[in-house]
Design a binder for this molecule. Structure first.
Ligand SMILES: NC(=O)c1ccc[n+]([C@@H]2O[C@H](COP(=O)([O-])OP(=O)(O)OC[C@H]3O[C@@H](n4cnc5c(N)ncnc54)[C@H](OP(=O)(O)O)[C@@H]3O)[C@@H](O)[C@H]2O)c1
Length: 303
């Protein structure tokens, strides 16, 4: 995306933000909770952002303006995590354009993935990711869905040793992969695991999350809204009268706080294309978190 187009889209994003009754502003940066990456002690804001689907867009200002605003809101807290992947259509390139256009690269913690077969395919994919993201270094590189995980993990470690990657990890998105993830957490030294976890998909609680805690592995949570399906389950339902006790004013915040209250979780990465929803999600990163009893009350609402 050309600088002029970015500025045009940024102008449109500003107009969106200024619309009366439009976008709520993000909570003040100071209020966002931070959690440490066990491997280093570096602290990350607990609310990050996914890009699957939402960032797979074209170049028009109409496509880009909301995503620029979504990113700006997220990066109001420095070091916020953006998760992307070479297999998410144009998402890496859109992230790269937006970070470059805004001069925001150093404020973002970029996580991307290797999903190609090990060897030359993986190396070529990595070179393309760097070009798309317009950077020479990525904060976290993950083996996507365990593709050729042993050889690809060795490649990731090689990149880490060469200073092109700061942390390495593995990902998956379905419950049936949790045992395989746990075996790898047990046998390998990893910085991060990314896994699906939500109020209605709690399989990770049984073995994987306690193991990550014991082994000092940071946890990224994907699909905290079940790809948005959780909102269908509560459509038309009022929030519980005790939502205020856990500082929640929306269902999205209840779903995100349920995830963040699990002690092994480091960052949750909800995806959104809408600035208003980003502001809503960011608000879940501050204030009281549910205790064990309140978590079970949340789960009972969706049971
Ligand atoms: N194997 C893997 O490594 C893997 C697999 C799956 C996902 N991931 C990562 O995890 C990220 C998150 O997962 P996901 O994108 O599958 O699903 P998700 O975060 O569970 O749900 C995203 C959906 O929720 C909606 N949404 C977001 N905030 C909302 C709010 N406050 N109120 C109402 N609706 C809201 C979004 O729609 P709007 O755009 O309308 O807000 C979008 O349709 C992905 O983007 C990706 O980065 C990784």
């Amino acid at each position: 995306m050309k600088r002029r187009s970015f500025l045009g889209a940024l102008g449109a994003a500003g107009a969106l933000a200024a619309r009366p009754g439009g976008i709520a502003r993000a909570a003040p940066a100071a209020a966002m909770q931070l959690r440490a990456i066990p491997a280093s002690g570096e602290r990350l804001p607990v609310i990050g952002m996914g890009t699957s689907g939402t960032f797979e867009v074209g170049e028009s200002p109409a496509d880009r303006a909301p995503l620029i605003e979504v990113t700006r809101l997220l990066l109001a807290t420095p070091n916020s995590l953006i998760d992307t992947a070479p297999s998410y259509g144009r998402a890496e390139a859109v992230v790269g354009d937006i970070l470059q256009g805004g001069g925001w690269r150093r404020q973002a913690f970029i996580a991307t993935k290797i999903s190609a077969r090990a060897g030359e395919d993986a190396r070529a994919q990595w070179r393309r990711s760097l070009a798309s993201l317009r950077t020479d270094k990525v904060d976290l590189l993950q083996v996507h869905n365990l593709v050729d995980w042993k050889q690809n993990l060795a490649f990731l470690r090689e990149l880490k040793a060469a200073g092109q990657v700061r942390y390495v990890g593995i990902t998956h998105y379905v419950d049936s992969a949790h045992d395989a993830l746990a075996e790898i957490v047990q046998s390998e030294k990893l910085d991060f695991v990314q896994v699906n976890y939500s109020v209605t998909s709690r399989s990770a609680e049984r073995r994987l999350l306690p193991l990550c805690r014991d082994r000092g592995v940071a946890v990224l949570v994907n699909r905290a809204f079940e790809d948005g399906r959780l909102f269908g389950q509560v459509k038309g339902r009022a929030l519980p009268e005790w939502a205020g006790e856990i500082a929640c004013s929306s269902w999205a915040q209840i779903f995100l706080k349920f995830v963040l209250a699990e002690p092994a979780v480091t960052v949750v990465i909800p995806a959104t294309s809408k600035p208003g929803n980003m502001a809503d999600n960011l608000a879940a990163g501050s204030g009281a978190m549910p205790d064990a009893r309140q978590r079970e009350r949340i789960a009972a609402l969706l049971g």
